[in-house]
Design a protein around this ligand. Sequence first.
Ligand SMILES: [Zn+2]
Length: 392
Amino acid sequence: MSNSNNGLLRRGSRGPAVADVRARLLALSEAHLPDKTGLSGPGVEAEVFDEALERAVRTFQQLKGLIVDGIVGTETFSAIDGARWALGDRILRYTPGHLQHGEDVSALQERLNTLGFAAGRVDGRFGESTELAVRAFQRAYGLPGDGSVGPETLRAFGDLKRSVSGGSSTVLRERERVRRSGHSLSGRTVVLDPGHGGSDAGATSNGLREADVVLDLARRIEGRLTAIGVDVVFTRTETTCPTDEERAAIANRSGADVVLSLHCDSHDHVDASGVATFFFGRDRRNAWSAIGEHLADLVLREVVARTPLANCRSHGRSWTLLQQTTMPTVRVEAGYLSHPVDAALLAEPGFRDTLAEAVLVSLQRVYLGDDDTNATGVLRLGDLRAYLASGG
Ligand SMILES: [Zn+2]
């Protein structure tokens, strides 16, 4: 900003600084300023802050969520200045003392957060936490972790989009849905996929049938989801047992935001116990659902924090359902029916409610993204409702 710009510019102001603001507004894309009527043309004095300039400033402020006063102070000027950068226009890096700022940095921060690399608040300033997140992303994807965002790192974002869950359009949908859809779970569609069904009981042990346990669990999750305005689609009824391909097709047709596949495990070794989660991931460079991984990790952590089930970790797999669904899909193996303690827990309705709540909180946390400062295992549904009601 030039020196003459240090003061506030408002209706009636004159000088080169006004011309500068006018030129910057004229250079903005449609998305940032849809209407440029009266900003230029015959009879317009570039150095005079006239009515048309004030109108343009107000429109811009409104679009950016700034205070709409038609006055160009430091904050509005900074936003106008930052609006000219789109991700990829320049190399981004951490420069202490003079932070790069702009919408390209905001876009980067959003992208990192969505992929599970916590870049901190989306403030459009490339600070230390943004750099740390970039380095973590680079390390995870096999790039030199130099913390600067140039063509190679941007290409990795692009490859990731193409590789997540398979086809490019589906990946764009996966990312776009999470990014654009805001914090709220309500209005979304969730596919619940209770494993097995019909004549396929799944694991049977300690008096429990896996197919029944997971259907009951799915209904408990369904009840909580529908209560907050989420559409729920089941892949099966009590009597049907679709193949994994059919389950994936049901999910894809539903246009769901996310798929949760519910199973319990079983093992010949009676000691085997605990909860594990699975997401689509064959190799990190080429076939990996970052959002699936993030959700799988959250589900695991919430369940482990709320129940006595042992932590059997979260794993990338290329199983049919995980691979063929076009949205993030997480499979939960909730406890071993072959393990006496796990089975006793799973037999209790109250325990299944706890599992359902853990799943629901995990779903919500995926969409909280950057604003998710909640400690694992402490968030309750009531808190979420209060949070959402408060406009979060
Ligand atoms: Zn199963």
